[in-house]
Design a protein around this ligand. Structure first.
Ligand SMILES: Nc1ncnc2c1ncn2[C@@H]1O[C@H](COP(=O)(O)OP(=O)(O)OP(=O)(O)O)[C@@H](O)[C@H]1O
Ligand SMILES: [Mg+2]
Length: 255
């Protein structure tokens, strides 16, 4: 792949399940090293699009390339360049955090699995917890481990399908920091979410999938410019419930 190819390029992608047309001509371009949030209601087709891009599902029509490789023509090359963390966590409860990472490193034939595991545990604030069985982890710790596992082998594109669903606000922040760290290291991240503030806080770009197409794609400022400027009103701003919750529980490290 050339350095100039976008991390992800999708042109007129279509997919139906039987009579149900889910993707009706999706166009999307994701620059390298960015975090893109794919927003859409339940059933909009977010997971379907991610499954096509990660070669788990074949599109009916259209073209998609990931890291410069065509998902239909070169699925092995695409798989070597990506990782996918699904809506359901892939961690094994019986194993420790470290054992989970070593297992993935072995499966991906990464040299020095132990060292890779230790470096990732440290990077995601799990060094202490690494020797404990994952069954004892909190939701936030599991998600961080999930994201750490997706990084084994240094994929250039990471797909995260609803990385923070079911997490409390503090754990969501921990997961966001982990995702931000990925992009800072040059990894491209495509994440799906239904949480608007997650997209707002985390993503460099936001794409909205609606009725089978990407209806909006741009930076938050570009999206804001789509609606008329609000008339200025002076009102006392009340803290949000999330701000109150975080203020009273504090931002302590729970690992
Ligand atoms: N294997 C399948 N067979 C038939 N229909 C499917 C299949 N997978 C998904 N669908 C349908 O396709 C549509 C899109 O599903 P998809 O899982 O891609 O949506 P989503 O945007 O990820 O939704 P959610 O926000 O709930 O995760 C839904 O109507 C769903 O019921
Ligand atoms: Mg989904």
């Amino acid at each position: 792949m050339t350095a100039r190819a976008p991390a992800i390029e999708v042109r007129d992608l279509r997919h139906s399940y039987g009579d149900l047309a889910v993707l009706k001509g999706v166009d999307l371009e994701v620059p390298r090293g960015r975090i893109v949030a794919l927003l859409g209601s339940n059933g909009a087709g977010k997971t379907t699009l991610v499954r096509i891009l990660s070669t788990l599902l074949r599109a009916d029509a259209g073209v998609a390339t990931v890291d410069g490789h065509d998902v239909a023509a070169s699925p092995a090359e695409v798989r070597a360049a990506i990782s996918l963390t699904g809506q359901l966590s892939a961690v094994d409860d019986i194993l420790t955090g470290r054992e989970n990472l070593v297992l993935v490193a072995r499966l991906r034939r990464v040299p020095g699995p132990g060292g890779v595991a230790d470096a990732l545990l440290a990077r995601f604030g799990l060094a202490e917890a690494g020797a404990r069985r994952v069954g004892t982890y909190s939701g936030g710790m599991r998600r961080r481990l999930d994201i750490a596992m997706s990084l084994v082998g240094e994929p250039s594109v990471v797909f995260l399908d609803e990385p923070t669903t079911g997490l409390d606000p503090e754990a969501r922040r921990e997961a966001w920091a982990a995702v931000r760290a990925l992009a800072d290291g040059g990894t491209t991240v495509l994440l799906t979410t239904q949480t608007l503030d997650e997209a707002e806080r985390l993503a460099d770009r936001i794409a909205i999938l609606h009725e089978g197409r990407i209806i909006v794609d741009g930076t938050l400022d570009e999206l804001r410019a789509l609606i008329p400027a609000p008339t200025v009103e002076y009102v006392e701003r009340q803290p949000t419930l999330e701000e109150v919750f975080l203020a009273v529980v504090g931002g302590k490290d729970r690992s």
